[in-house]
Design a protein around this ligand. Sequence first.
Ligand code: ADP
Ligand code: MG
Length: 683
Amino acid sequence: MDPDLTISKITGIGKYYEYQLRKLNINTVEDLIYHFPFRYDDFSQIKTIENIQTGEVASIQGVIWQIKNVRTRSGKFVTVATVADQSGTVEIIWFNQPYLTQTLKPGMQISLSGKIQFDGFRPKLISPSYEILKSAVSQSRSDLVQGLTLHTGRLVPIYPETEGVSSKWLRAKIAKILPDYLKNTEDFVPKQTLDRQKLANLTNALNYIHFPKSQDEIEKAKKRLAFDELFLIQLASQLRKMNWQKTKIAPEMKVDKEKFTKFTKMLPFKLTDAQKRAIDELLSDLKKETPANRLLEGDVGSGKTVVAAAAIFVAHLNGYASLVAAPTEILAFQHQETLAKTLSAHGINVGIWTASKKQKGDVTIGTHALLNNFKPEKTTALVVVDEQHRFGVAQRGQLFINQSGKLTPHLLTMTATPIPRTLALTLYGDLDLSILDEMPKGRQKIATFVVPNAKRNKAYKFIEEQVKGGRQAFIITPFVEPSETMTSVKAAVQEFEKLKTKFAKSVKLGLLHGKLKSKGKEAAIKKFRKGAIDILVATPVVEVGIDVPNATIMMIESAERFGLAQLHQLRGRVGRGKHKSYCFLFTNSNSPNSLKRLRSMEKINIGFELAEIDLKMRGSGEIFGLRQSGFINLKVADLADRKAVSEAQNEAKELLSFDSSLKNFPLLSQKLNKLQPEYIQPN
Ligand code: ADP
Ligand code: MG
C-alpha cells in the first residue's frame, strides 16, 4: 500500500470521511497510521461473570440470552440484555440506544467492557463497550479473545476525534490498514542507532502504539516514536548548518574599536548588559568569513534594533550595504525612522523599499516580499530579518542570500517570541543564539492580577473608573479556538453585547475581530487611538499591534487557555505611556495547577522565564500554539525532556560524522525530504 495514497481511496472511506478526516489533519494512509491515541481505556482484565466485582472496570465474554427495549415513563428507551458464560449470568443496560437490538441478537457471542455497578441487588454492567465475536467460540474461555477483540477486553486506544469520526471508527480502520501499511514499510532509522538507544523497530512501535498488549508496549512505542521526531529535527537542522557553512563565503570585516566606541557614546542611552553581550556576539560573527546565522531574541521593547544598528554601522565602515526585512510596511517605516536616528549622524543613508516608496540607501529597509527582488548597489554584507511575533520562519532569511553574487551576507533574525534556550537549540540547532533577557532601565512594571469570578464586577468597576479618569482599556474575549473561525467571532460578539450592559452608557466600546474587513479593522484601531473608543474588545487572535500610550488596562478572558508567553505579549500592549498600567487575568478554572501557572504572571515580567515555566508545566506543544503551527508536528516527543533531546542530537551528530550526505541511508534521506523539504538547503 502506498503510504501517500489519498485516504478516500481506501474501501469504506469515501468523500464524506475524507472531508471529516481533514479536520484531524489526516489526508493520506500514512497520516491515519500516524494518528496516535492520546490515552487508553484499560479493559484488559477479562473475568468470568461469577468473579466480577462492583466498582471495577472489567471485561466479560458470553452469549446473549435475551435482549429487549423497554420504554421508561419519561419516554426514553432502555435496552436490557442478559448475558451468560459458564459461571453465571449478568444483566446489561444501555440507555437511549434502541437500535442496539438490530445488531445484537440472542445467541450471539459478545464481548463487553465497562464499569461494574451495583443496583442494590447484584452487579450490573451499565453502558459497556461491546463487540460481537465473529469467530466461533471454543469451550475454553481463556483463548477466546486475546488478539481478536478491538474495542473490548484489552487496552483500548482512544483517539482525537471529530464529527462522524469516533475512536471506534478509527480503531476499526487502523486495524484493517496497519498490516498492509507495515508490509511495505522499512525502518528508516539505522539499525546501529536503534540498538544503541535500545529502541523498538518501527513495525513493533506502530503496532504497539495502536494495539498494545501491555503498558510496557505503550512505553516502548512512545519512546521509539518520540525518538524519531527528535532525531529528524536534529538531522535536519545539522544538515542545514553544514550546508550553510560548507559552501558559503561571507565578507570578512574589521571592527574599528575607536569608531565603534564613538558609536556607542553617541547613543541617547546606555546599552544594557544584554545588549552589549549580543553586540559582541554579532560583531565577532562579522569578523569571520563563515556567514553568520544568528537569532536575536528579546521581548518587545528590549532594544533589538540598536543591536542590528551596531552591525549595520560596522558593515558600513567596511564599505558594505545592509538590508532590513520587516513583516509589514508600517513596521518598515518605523524601522527606517528609528535606524535613521542612530545612523544618520554617522553619514549612513537609510533607504526604504516598499510598495508605496522606493529609495535605496547604504542600508535599505523593506518588506519581506519586496526585498527579494531588490538589487543593491553595493555588496550586501548583512541581512537583518525582523520576524516580530511569527514563529518558525527563522530560515526565511536564507531567501535573501543570493543577492550579493559571490559573497553570502551574514544573517541576523530578530524575534520577540521568547523561545526558551533549550527549545531554541532543538528547533534551531543550526542558528547561533543571542538573548536580550533584560529590559532597559526605567520601564514600568504592569501590575498583574488573576481575578476569580467573584471579583469580576469589582474589576469592571475599576476599569470604569480608569475610563472616567481618561484612560483606555483592552478586553480580550474568550479563547474559543486557535484560529479565527465564525465560532470565535460569534463568542466575541456575544461578549461584546454582554459587556455593554456592564458599563455605564457613557463608556464607549468598540469591537475588533479578524473577520472584519481590513478597512473595518483600521477604522476601529484609529478610533481607539484617537480616544473615540474607551474600551476595545478584541478576539485573542487579533494582533493588537498598535501603540496606544493612553491604554492602561489589559483584561483577558479565559486566561488559562493561553500560553504564558502569549499572555505576556498581550500584556505588553499596555504600560507604554506615563500612566500606571494593569493586567487582569480572568479565569473560570479552579484547577490548582492552572491557577498556579497564571499566578506566575503576577510575579514575573520576563518573557523567557514565563516561557520556561510553560515548557515545564505544559510541555512544548502548548507554548506558542506550536502544535497548531504546522511548523513542527510533534505528536509524541516532548522538547522539555532534555535527556531525550540530547540523545537524539548526539545520534544525529554521530550519523552525519561518517555519512554527511546520508547516501548510505536513502530511506532516512527520503523521510527527511518528505517531512520538511524546506529544511534542507538546495545548493
Ligand atoms: P524591540 O526589541 O521591541 O525592537 P526597540 O529596539 O524598538 O525594541 O527599542 C524600544 C525602545 O527602547 C526604543 O525607543 C529604543 O530607543 C529604546 N531603547 C533601546 N535600548 C535602550 C536602552 N539600553 N536604554 C534605554 N532605552 C533603550
Ligand atoms: Mg522591534
